[in-house]
Structure formats: structure tokens, C-alpha cells
Write a protein that binds this ligand. Structure first.
Ligand SMILES: Cc1ncc(COP(=O)(O)O)c(C=O)c1O
Length: 391
């Protein structure tokens, strides 16, 4: 008996779909209806008093819920609107005009991050973008060799979004620290499905969002900075929330706080902070170790089912090296994906990856078998053809 299935009732969308897309948007917990109502109620009845009755502190209390899942200490996390912004806040602490100005990236990084650092070339950054040889793995030896005495930042995903490969973060962090570079570990595709401990990893920064495996919805991203490093860094992307006395409305230079608020800027995203809590609470209650055990079994089932049918799998074949997603490249993958969605089997498609199937703790094994059987049937009956785009 799979004890994690008892959580299914908490996720309304599971009643009418085969939901296999938690790598993109985790299912909404039922309790979000209530929390969003609580937000409206506070605004409607307490008005501006809501700030001092909870809203102001909310970023810390919610940050601690994320911190508990990724191994950060209490008060170590600041919350932002998205991961691209967290990269902007972090990089704004650094000067790219000196000899240490290199940013090392891999071409399997999430595109938004690559776009962001490419634009930092206008601030003096040199970007070394390493190419993956197989489109699945990080070329680790080349990546480590690229991190040298001129390297300032190494933004790297713990789990690569395109292939779900788990990266050897420890080796990268060790190398970076040996030469004085800083690692920004993007845990977006890891947190909630693969155990992460940012303090054990000794990463300088960790970032990520809550809308995928943490079932927290859009609008909340976390930024962890190593506490000893935090005080030494001052973002230029700053604002009144980072000031020591925000309500004095003093005009003049920034006097930044020393805690995680140091990385904040303007008014926080309160509605999203309400909505993200049920997901964080559920994942925190279950514990990621248990989720990982189930995920490994289900991704093995997916890989075996795909290979048996003669489809290519664009994710690592070793379960220990693979996070929660299996990318299946069957014929006509994009059209097949559209037909799957028409049949309420919710997956996505990425060029170079194929159909991505991402079971989470709330999925049944039968849903995996059903999705694979449906792909087979769509190919056999040529049902995918109705999704062909006119040439
Ligand atoms: C690894 C990774 N980083 C970042 C993002 C997204 O960044 P942002 O929050 O800026 O949209 C994604 C996917 O949405 C991702 O998979």
C-alpha cells in the first residue's frame, strides 16, 4: 500500500486528470482556496493594519517553511517574485569591471538565466557558456576546468531542467571555493523531489521557486545566502524593505539590514505568500526523502515502459542520477503531447527533450501505465495527426 496516496484528496485536479506535470506546475492543494480567502478577508476587514498584523513578517515565516525543506537555518531565506530576479539581486552585489569577471554557465541552464547573464556583459561580465555533449549531462570535467581565478559567479542548476540530470554540486562548489568564485545553486527542479541541504553543500547561494515540486503556485522564489557571506554583500538592486528603519522614510543612502531582508527591495507579493503555504506545509510534513523513494520507483517504471516500446529516453538511465522527470522521445512527440492533453493526461513537450512526464507523490503507478498505453494507442491509431499544423 502506497501511504503517500492518502494525500490525493487534497489536490482537486487529480479527480479529473492524469496529472504528470509537476516539473512545470505542481497540483494546487485544496487548502489554497481557504488561504486566498484569508488574504481577501484580511485586506477587506483589517485594511492597512494587516501589514503590522502579519503581512510584514510573512516573508520570514514563509521563508522558514522553504528553509526547512532545503536545509537552511531559520531566517536565512528571503522571498522574491521569480528566480531571474533572485539572480539579479545576487549579481548586483558583485562588480564585473575587475579582472575577476567571469560567469561560467552550461547550455542546459534554464534559458532565462542565460539571457540574464548574457546581458550582464554590458556591465563587464565575461560569460563562458559550456556545451553539453549529449544534451543530457553537464560536461563536468570541462565545467570544473572553466572555473578559474578569474571566475566570479557560477550559476548552476542542481537538477537540469531539460534532462532532469542531478548535477555533482559538491564538486562544483569545492572547485569554486578553491579559486574564490561563488556558486548560485538553482534548486528549482530539485527542492520537493530530491533531498537538498544547502548548509551541508556549503553553497554560497541557493535559489529556486515554489511552483513546481513544492506545489506552491506562481509568484514566490527563494534566495538563500550563506549567513557568513550575507553581511559582506550589499545588493545595488535594493529598496526600502532592506533598510534598517524603513518606516522612518529617511532620504539618503541605504543603511542595509544584516538579516535576510538585506536582499529585499520593494513591497512584497503578499497574495502569493498566502497561496504558497499549503504546498510547503504538505511537502514539509511528508518529507522529501519519502517523496524521492517513490519518485525513483515511478521514474524507473516510466523509463522501462518507454524503452520497452522502442522510444528514446532523454533523461539519465541511472535512477540515482535522475530527478523527477522522464523525457520520452516517441515519434511525433509534439502532436502526441497535444492529444494527451486533449485526453486530460497533462504533460508537456520541449524541443530536444520530448514529452516530459513528471509523477509526484500524489500519482498512482496505474496513472503512469495509463499515460504510456495512451501514447502507444495515439501512435497506433494516428490520433496525433489531428494536431498537425498546416504547412
Ligand atoms: C531550473 C529552473 N530555473 C529557473 C526557472 C524559471 O525561472 P523564473 O522563476 O525566473 O521564471 C525554471 C523553470 O521555470 C527552472 O526549471
Amino acid at each position: 500500500m502506497d501511504e503517500l496516496l492518502k494525500w490525493r484528496d487534497e489536490f482537486p485536479i487529480l479527480e479529473h486528470t492524469t496529472y504528470l506535470i509537476s516539473n512545470s506546475l505542481g497540483a494546487m492543494p485544496r487548502a489554497v482556496y481557504e488561504r486566498v480567502h484569508d488574504y481577501a478577508e484580511a485586506w477587506a476587514t483589517r485594511g492597512v493594519r494587516a501589514w503590522e498584523e502579519g503581512w510584514w513578517e510573512m516573508a520570514v515565516s514563509v521563508g522558514d517553511k522553504v528553509g526547512g525543506i532545503i536545509g537552511a537555518g531559520a531566517g536565512d531565506i528571503s522571498l522574491h517574485q521569480n528566480v531571474t530576479l533572485t539572480q539579479a539581486v545576487i549579481s548586483s552585489c558583485f562588480d564585473f569591471t575587475g579582472p575577476r569577471n567571469k560567469v561560467v554557465l552550461v547550455d542546459l541552464e534554464f534559458p532565462s538565466i542565460v539571457y540574464f547573464y548574457m546581458e550582464q556583459r554590458r556591465r563587464g561580465a565575461r560569460v563562458e557558456l559550456l556545451k553539453s555533449e549529449d544534451g543530457i549531462h553537464l560536461p563536468l570535467e570541462k565545467f570544473l576546468a572553466a572555473i578559474d581565478e578569474t571566475t566570479l559567479l557560477v550559476p548552476i542548476s542542481l537538477v537540469l531542467f531539460r534532462s532532469a540530470t542531478i548535477v555533482d554540486a559538491k564538486a562544483i562548489i569545492e572547485r569554486a571555493h578553491k579559486v574564490g568564485a561563488h556558486v548560485i545553486l538553482d534548486c528549482f527542479q530539485a527542492a520537493g523531489t530530491v533531498p537538498v541541504n544547502v548548509r551541508e553543500l556549503e553553497t554560497d547561494f541557493a535559489v529556486g521557486g515554489v511552483l513546481k515540486w513544492l506545489c506552491g503556485g506562481p509568484g514566490v522564489a527563494y534566495l538563500y545566502a550563506r549567513p557568513d557571506l550575507r553581511k559582506k554583500l550589499t545588493p545595488t538592486l535594493t529598496g526600502w524593505l532592506a533598510h534598517q528603519r524603513p518606516f522612518n522614510f529617511e532620504i539618503g543612502p541605504q543603511e542595509a539590514r544584516e538579516d535576510s531582508y538585506r536582499f529585499l527591495n520593494g513591497t512584497p507579493h503578499i497574495p502569493a505568500l498566502y497561496a504558497c503555504q499549503p504546498g510547503l506545509e504538505i511537502i514539509g510534513t511528508i518529507g522529501v526523502e519519502k517523496i524521492r523513494r517513490k519518485s525513483m520507483q515511478q521514474t524507473v517504471r516510466l523509463v522501462e515502459g518507454a524503452l520497452k516500446r522502442g522510444w528514446r529516453v532523454n533523461t539519465p538511465s541511472d535512477a540515482a542520477e535522475r530527478a523527477g522527470t522522464v523525457s520520452v522521445e516517441c515519434p511525433h512527440a509534439q502532436e502526441v503531447k497535444n492529444e494527451l492533453i486533449a485526453r486530460e493526461i497533462i504533460v508537456d513537450y520541449r524541443p530536444g527533450a520530448g514529452i516530459r512526464l513528471s509523477p509526484h507523490f500524489y500519482n498512482r503507478d496505474e496513472e503512469i501505465d495509463f499515460a504510456l498505453a495512451q501514447i502507444e494507442e495515439i501512435l497506433e491509431t494516428r490520433a496525433w495527426e489531428r494536431h498537425l499544423q498546416p504547412a
